[in-house]
Design a binder for this molecule. Structure first.
Ligand code: SF4
Ligand code: SF4
Length: 112
């Protein structure tokens, strides 16, 4: 039985020249419609204030929606949410209340 070796050219691929906009520039292209009501929250504020030491919700969010509050309970600027879902999975206590914004509201991406 004979096998054939594919004729692969010995070419080193060039590095792609992609210009990446900064995160701030990319966020500028996103449009939001405010539902007027937060679709995000915490289930039990006491868990944040008394048991949480990592504040993963604040570090994982690409849009800076979650910010550590003085009382230990995060402030949530829900209007800027990209609906990526990261905060929901990052919270080590399963304490994030997460829903999609009401129909028609929320984020839309100009570039698809
Ligand atoms: S990570 Fe979870 S428990 Fe900790 S502050 Fe954020 S929502 Fe609260
Ligand atoms: S869903 Fe994503 S963008 Fe929205 S608050 Fe959570 S981590 Fe931030």
């Amino acid at each position: 039985m004979s096998t054939t070796t594919p004729n692969v050219p010995n070419v080193t691929p060039e590095e792609p020249s992609v210009t990446n906009d900064s995160l701030a520039d990319r966020l500028y292209t996103v449009r939001y419609d405010d539902a007027g009501d937060s679709h995000l929250g915490v289930k039990l504020p006491g868990i944040c204030a008394e048991k949480c030491h990592s504040y993963d919700c604040t570090s994982v969010c690409p849009a800076d929606v979650w910010r550590e509050g003085e009382d230990g309970v995060p402030h949530i600027a829900y209007e800027n949410c990209l609906e990526c879902g990261s905060c929901r999975w990052a919270c080590p206590h399963g304490n994030v209340e997460w829903n999609y914004p009401t129909r028609g509201a929320g984020v839309s991406y100009k570039k698809g």
